[in-house]
Write a protein that binds this ligand. Structure first.
Ligand SMILES: Cc1ncc(C[n+]2csc(CCOP(=O)(O)OP(=O)(O)O)c2C)c(N)n1
Ligand SMILES: [Mg+2]
Length: 350
């Protein structure tokens, strides 16, 4: 594995954690209002999958989407400004935390409605399939969203029409305060894909390298053979569902156990260790697949100084993002009115 890619993973995971923890602080300071759903604990999912995508692929995400947007390349300052509701935000302050959108980077939105992402991804994928392009859509969703009707409708049509969508379930075991065994009859979300003959795999979502490999394999298959694919990433959120939720429904021992499995600490440990041994990576949990491209390859370790330099770099990026967001003006009523009319002008009535 290249040292550059390893450095990229460490950089993105550090930036993700620092950005989200700073957003929590700014929410407490009263500078961010409304709902704020944070991602600490789940970073390996967004980093592994989005890094495996091509710039020509599309990403559709949920309301817990800041990190997907960051890894996709939206500068932290435009995301933070959107969280602050400011005019220089990526959605001009009209969307807030749950509605980041950047057409140029093919980041097709965060969505607040659970299950809303499926038909949107399907529509984009349909347009790709009609033109026979070598592109794919990545559709993130939570374990709770797998119980929405749109999940089943969209999987059925994606399989039937061979639509190039990679469905990615971030299974963090909770739907707000409801634990997965109390909201799902089948708790292995990937097993539901077989009802629509969609190939699916479940992997350790706390290990960024494992996630990256699985996403690469899935995207290769989509590009070479067409049709959808589903990945289930087992992960955990360290914070409550949103800033309004102290998360008291989770046993402290459970939270402690997952904290010991921190994906950020894990990638740093890995980056600091030269990997001499074939087969030491955790095998994926299900399904036969080709050998990992990383297995048996040594990589040059990053030293303490490299990691410290990356920490300093991301802290500077986050500080700059907050300064930028503070300095940005509020949108005016005229701005809102103009956006309203722009949307209205593009409505198609049938
Ligand atoms: C259609 C709909 N129903 C209910 C809600 C309220 N709601 C917001 S988040 C959420 C839980 C979703 O859990 P999951 O899909 O597991 O995602 P996670 O928050 O764990 O990332 C619910 C029920 C909503 N936003 N949309
Ligand atoms: Mg969940």
């Amino acid at each position: 594995m290249s040292r550059d890619l390893l450095r990229r993973f460490v950089h993105d995971m550090l930036l993700a954690r620092a950005f989200e923890e700073r957003a929590a602080q700014e929410y407490t300071n009263g500078r961010i209002r409304g709902f704020l759903h944070l991602y600490p604990g789940e970073e390996a999912a967004a980093v592994g999958v989005v890094q495996a995508a091509e710039p020509s692929d599309y990403v559709v995400s949920t309301y817990r989407e800041h990190v997907h947007a960051l890894v996709r390349g939206i500068p932290a300052r435009y995301i933070m400004a959107e969280l602050f509701g400011k005019k220089d935000g990526v959605s001009h302050g009209m969307g807030g935390s749950m509605h980041l959108f950047d057409r140029e980077r093919r980041f097709m939105g965060g969505y607040a409605i659970v299950g809303e992402t499926f038909p949107i991804a399907l529509g984009i994928g349909y347009a790709i399939a009609c033109r026979n392009l070598p592109e794919a859509v990545i559709c993130f969703f939570g374990d709770g969203a797998a119980n929405q009707g749109t999940f089943h409708e969209s999987l059925n049509m994606a399989a039937l029409w061979r639509i190039p969508v990679l469905f990615v379930c971030e299974n963090n075991h909770y739907q707000i305060g409801t634990e997965i065994h109390r909201h799902s009859a089948v708790t292995d979300i990937h097993k539901r894909a077989c009802a629509y003959a969609i190939p699916a795999e479940k992997v350790d979502g706390m290990d960024v390298l494992t996630v990256y490999e699985a996403a690469r394999r899935a995207l290769d298959t989509i590009r070479n053979e067409g049709g959808p694919h589903l990945l289930e990433l087992e992960t955990y959120r360290f914070r409550g569902h949103s800033m309004a939720d102290p998360g008291a429904y989770r046993p402290p021992a459970e939270v402690q156990a997952y904290l010991r499995d921190d994906p950020l600490a894990a990638v740093i440990r890995r980056a600091e260790t030269v990997d001499p041994t074939p087969g030491k990576h955790k095998p994926p949990l299900t399904d036969a697949h080709p050998p990992s491209p990383f297995r048996g390859r040594a990589w040059e370790a990053l030293g303490d100084a490299d990691i410290e330099a990356l920490r300093t770099e991301v802290m500077a990026v986050v500080d700059d993002a907050v300064r930028f967001a503070e300095a940005s003006p509020d949108p005016t009523l005229d701005d809102a009115w103009r956006d309203f009319h722009r949307n209205h002008a593009q409505e198609t009535l049938i």
